[in-house]
Write a new protein. Structure first.
Length: 461
């Protein structure tokens, strides 16, 4: 099928022998890679390719650069910032078929994976050896490790184990000119030269393709304990969370949900949410069986002193999973109720969280709009939701959104805690980074990608 774009036709002609039917220009294929989970308008690309190896991806990059064609890396399509949404003249490079765990070495505490491996699958594979892959994004059953690395994905366990960056030791890359190379290491420690591995993490596909990753796996704790704590309102839950952190016990997770989040998820929640819940904390501890239990019971006792009206400690793995799944369903439940809502994954120092929540709600009230919250209270990363009932409401809420993002930055925080910038926050990045820093970032991109074919139009204006 002709694309009516001469460069695309040349690209397809040159790659057909290499990729065969893994190069597609038909609508059935293009529509599946047109959007992501951001709610932004999808767009069908000119073509989509599905490489299976580093060598194939290198050929794709080399030909695209020669023809000046923009390439858009894509993993599971679960991103929430529009980072993999193409334009009609670009080619999507879908790495979901590069999905093998190449090595699993518990004795050296690492795994080597291709970028299309589903995050949960690595955790399951590690568990067979008594290990775990610690990062725990909400879409862990569908997001890919390559996408996690591209956005430095977070998740519930960041409070104790850190975001993706902490667990990436090395990468194999394909540069935009088709050159493949390795950066980083396969050892627990190592320094020398500039840290190119860290530079690639969170770069959102703007510098190079990730074709292989060396990731840390660690011994799994002997036991995990879970509790659901109910409070009268969000501020009471937040103050309790601050107190729990001050005990010196580092929870495995500490998630917060306000009344709007609980009301949205209640009809589909596998865990029964108390009717009087104005907010809730989901708290877990881990370690040895005795220590995990003792730590959790101590945190529950402190929460009760801080006003928890109802405390439920999971008595089985089934109940534990029900509590976790209830939290995981919040985002989808809110989106189903309010398809036009604005959700920003902001992050602030933990000690400024109560101030953020209070002032964000005040800004919403002044604008006549409800601002609700849920997210990773333990690490200061919360999802603020501006309740918009229509597309027009969403447009009108633009000023409120920027007022909230300015507030976040004034409190020492960042405009994205884990989802990235993509298309959704290109304008907002300037609120956080001074012009000199943005200019330096653009110069670094030009070093990697002088012709600008890597994920054009993302992150930077």
């Amino acid at each position: 099928m002709s694309s009516k774009i001469p460069a695309i036709d040349d690209f397809c002609r040159r790659l057909r022998a290499t990729l065969g039917n893994r190069l597609r220009t038909d609508e059935d294929a293009l529509v599946t890679v047109a959007g992501d989970e951001s709610g932004l308008t999808p767009c069908q690309p000119a073509a989509v390719v599905y490489p299976k190896s580093t060598a194939e991806l290198a050929v794709v990059a080399k030909e695209a650069r020669a023809l000046g064609i923009g390439l858009v890396p894509r993993g599971g399509g679960t991103g929430k910032a529009g980072g993999c949404i193409p334009t009609a003249t670009q080619v999507v490079v879908d790495v979901s078929r590069m999905n093998r765990i190449l090595e699993l070495r518990p004795q050296d505490q690492y795994a080597v994976v291709q970028p299309g491996v589903i995050t949960q699958d690595l955790d399951i594979a590690a568990a067979e050896h008594g290990f775990m892959y610690a990062p725990d994004p909400g879409s862990r059953d569908s997001c890919t490790l390559g996408g996690n690395i591209a956005t430095n994905a977070g998740g519930a366990r960041v409070i104790k184990y850190g975001a993706t960056r902490r667990h990436v030791w090395g990468l194999e890359l394909v540069l935009p000119d088709g050159t493949s190379m390795r950066v980083g290491r396969r050892s627990l420690k190592g320094v020398g030269g500039l840290d190119l591995t860290s530079l690639l993490i969170g770069s959102e596909g703007t510098l190079a393709f990730i074709t292989e990753a060396t990731l840390q796996i660690m011994p799994a704790p002997g036991a995990v304990e879970t509790a659901w704590l109910t409070f009268s309102d969000l501020m009471a839950a937040s103050r309790a969370g601050e107190r729990l952190i001050s005990t010196g016990i580092t929870p495995r997770i500490m998630e917060v949900m306000d009344r709007a989040a609980l009301d949205a998820v209640r009809p589909r929640a596998p865990f029964r949410i108390p009717a009087n819940a104005g907010a809730a904390l989901l708290v877990e501890t881990d370690g040895t069986e005795d220590q995990a239990r003792a730590d959790l019971l101590h945190l529950v006792e402190i929460a009760t002193q801080c006003g928890a009206s109802d405390t439920a400690v999971a008595s089985s793995e089934k109940q534990r999973n029900a509590m976790r799944e209830t939290r995981r369903l919040v985002s989808t439940a809110l989106k189903d109720l309010m398809p036009h809502k604005i959700s920003d994954d902001v992050a602030v120092p933990r000690s400024r969280m109560i101030e953020l929540l209070t002032r964000a709600q005040d800004l919403g009230a002044a604008a006549g709009t409800l601002v609700s919250a849920y997210g990773h209270l333990g690490d200061g990363n919360v999802h603020l939701n501006i309740h918009c009932q229509s597309a027009d409401d969403r447009k009108q809420a633009g000023k409120l959104r920027y007022d909230i993002l300015r507030l976040v930055v004034s409190l020492g925080g960042g405009v994205s805690g884990e989802h990235g910038i993509g298309i959704a926050k290109r304008e907002a990045l300037a609120l956080q980074d001074p012009s000199e820093a943005l200019a330096l970032q653009k110069r670094l991109k030009a070093v990697f990608d002088p012709t600008g074919i890597m994920n054009p139009g993302k992150v930077f204006l």
